[in-house]
Design a protein around this ligand. Sequence first.
Ligand code: HIF
Length: 290
Amino acid sequence: GGEVKVKTPAPFVPTKEDYQKVYNEIARLLVEKDDYDDGSYGPVLVRLAWHASGTYDKDTGTGGSNGATMRFAPESDHGANAGLKFARDFLEPVKEKFPWITYSDLWTLGGVCAIQEMQGPAIPWRPGRQDMDFSACTPDGRLPDASKDQKHIRAIFGRMGFDEREMVALSGAHSLGRAHTDRSGYDGPWDFSPTVFTNEFFRLLVDEKWSGRKWNGPAQYTDKTTSTLMMLPTDIALVKDKEFKKHVERYAKDSETFFKEFSDVFVKLLELGVPFTSKAEDRWTFKTLE
Ligand code: HIF
């Protein structure tokens, strides 16, 4: 038999240490590029990871963090994704430095890194997402509309497979960042430390008096004490609804419980729709920069 065996080079299989290097590079850039918004790209990275994942539909198995289809129109142009180009562009030099990582793994790891570096809980993570082309873009309307009420929150997050407790736990991420008039039309931060992950969102919801802001923009709420903070109609829905409010009060009182339950649900969010070959026990927890 004149069989010729051709030796192909072994494929590069990145290890936990390789992904830690990616994490470290994102964390380093978060420190270096502090001339943005409230001094950090962290919040917008969290929003990118969430909007990449939150398109999931459990009935059809479509959407979710697999694919990174927000790179393409029409998904990049969906109104809910306005402003996320800042986050995608921030991560581009990381992709150039570590070309072996998929965009879909990179965007979710970006969210993990941002939460941890902003003093949030550890978010265990595993790779395995594959990028897809524009034909996998999800239809518009899968992400939540901030002008709506609790029924909408239940419908949107129920479609992703979350229960009520998980919906409220997730909502605590609005302790981060701010709304921008040129993106969503809304305006302002939710709390006084928009670049630090805390349970302050829940404490303010419970302790502060919120009233409708008088302005030309979309209906939003403002705090009585300083008139500098804001809540979206969907945020206020969490204390208007009796079932949601139970959890808001629990998290307002107990930061440790919030951190634990938030971590579990954020892990679940970032894994929606991903056909992993690894097991849940194989998730990694990355070390923070400091
Ligand atoms: Fe947000 N969210 N979100 N969000 N969000 C905005 C900003 C951030 C909703 C609407 C908005 C979640 C749920 C919901 C973050 C993270 C999460 C903005 C402002 C709007 C309008 C965008 C802008 O103008 O720049 C609605 C209706 C949600 C369902 C109720 C998640 C739970 C809280 C899932 C979540 O993790 C983050 C972070 C920001 C800040 C982005 C920034 O650039 O600072």
